[in-house]
Write a protein that binds this ligand. Structure first.
Ligand SMILES: CC(C)(COP(=O)(O)OP(=O)(O)OC[C@H]1O[C@@H](n2cnc3c(N)ncnc32)[C@H](O)[C@@H]1OP(=O)(O)O)[C@@H](O)C(=O)NCCC(=O)NCCS
Length: 207
C-alpha cells in the first residue's frame, strides 16, 4: 500500500475519527456505546487518553482510515499496569493489514511505557475482532452473557487478555511512564517500523 503511515493522533484527526466511529455506534452493536459522541467529546477523549496512553491513527494519502488506542483499565492504583483497547478501521480499508500495523505500534509503545496486561472487550459475534486479537496472542477469558442491551436486543461480551511479551516486572517501577516521558526518537522508530509493514502489504482487500 502506498503513502500509508502510522502516527500518533493529533486533535485535528478528531473529525475523521468520528466519521469512522459514528456508523459503528449508530448502526451496529460492535460497540455498546449507544449515542454518537459530539466532535468535542471525541477530542476530549483523545486529550485525556494521550496523557497516559498511546492514541494512534493510520493515514493513507494523508487521510485517517483507522485508529487504535489504549485506555485506563480501572481507577484503582493496583490496576495501573493494565490497559483496555479500542480499534476501528474504515470498512473500505479493512482486510489490508491496517489493524495489524496499528496494534504492532500500539503494543510496542505500551511495552516501553511499562504496561503489562492488555484487555479487549468484544461484543460477540465479531469474527474479525476475535481473530485479530488471537493473531496477537490474546486468549479468551470469559463471556459475560447478555451484559449489554442495544438496538433492541441483548448482547454478550467476550473478554480477551494478553500479557505483553517481555513486559517489565511491575514491582520494579512506580507505574507506567506517561506519553511525554517517552524518548521521541524511540517513538519515531516504532511508527516508522509499523508504517513499513503497510508499505509491503497489498492494497487489495481480503477475498
Ligand atoms: C476488527 C478490525 C479492527 C480488523 O481490522 P483490519 O485492518 O481489517 O485487520 P487486518 O487486515 O490487520 O487483519 C489482521 C488479522 O485479523 C483477522 N481478521 C481481520 N479481519 C477478519 C475477518 N473479516 N474475518 C476473519 N479474520 C479476520 C485475521 O487473523 C487477520 O490476519 P491475517 O490477514 O494474517 O489472516 C476491523 O474489522 C474493524 O474495524 N471492525 C469493526 C470495528 C471493530 O469490531 N472493532 C473492534 C471492537 S472490539
Amino acid at each position: 500500500m502506498q503513502n500509508a503511515e502510522i502516527r500518533l493522533a493529533e486533535i485535528e484527526d478528531a473529525r475523521r475519527i468520528l466519521e469512522i466511529y459514528a456508523p459503528y455506534v449508530a448502526n451496529t452493536s460492535l460497540t455498546l456505546t449507544s449515542k454518537v459522541p459530539t466532535p468535542e467529546q471525541v477530542a476530549k477523549t483523545m486529550l485525556d487518553v494521550k496523557k497516559h496512553h498511546p492514541y494512534l491513527v493510520c493515514c493513507i494519502k494523508g487521510e485517517v482510515v483507522g485508529f487504535a488506542y489504549a485506555y485506563k483499565f480501572k481507577p484503582h492504583e493496583a490496576y495501573n499496569w493494565n490497559a483496555n483497547l479500542a480499534i476501528y478501521i474504515d470498512p473500505q480499508f479493512q482486510g489490508r493489514g491496517i489493524a495489524t500495523a496499528l496494534y504492532t505500534a500500539l503494543f510496542q509503545v505500551l511495552k516501553i511505557q511499562g504496561f503489562c496486561n492488555l484487555y479487549a472487550v468484544i461484543t460477540i459475534p465479531n469474527d474479525a475482532s476475535v481473530a485479530l486479537h488471537r493473531h496477537f496472542g490474546f486468549k479468551e477469558l470469559a463471556i459475560m452473557n447478555k451484559s449489554g442491551y442495544k438496538l433492541g436486543s441483548w448482547h454478550d461480551n467476550l473478554y480477551m487478555e494478553m500479557t505483553i511479551p517481555g513486559s517489565a516486572d511491575p514491582g520494579k517501577s512506580s507505574g507506567p511512564l506517561s506519553m511525554s516521558q517517552l524518548n521521541k526518537n524511540e517513538l519515531t522508530t516504532i511508527m516508522a517500523m509499523a508504517s513499513a509493514l503497510l508499505s509491503g502489504s497489498s492494497s487489495s482487500v481480503r477475498s
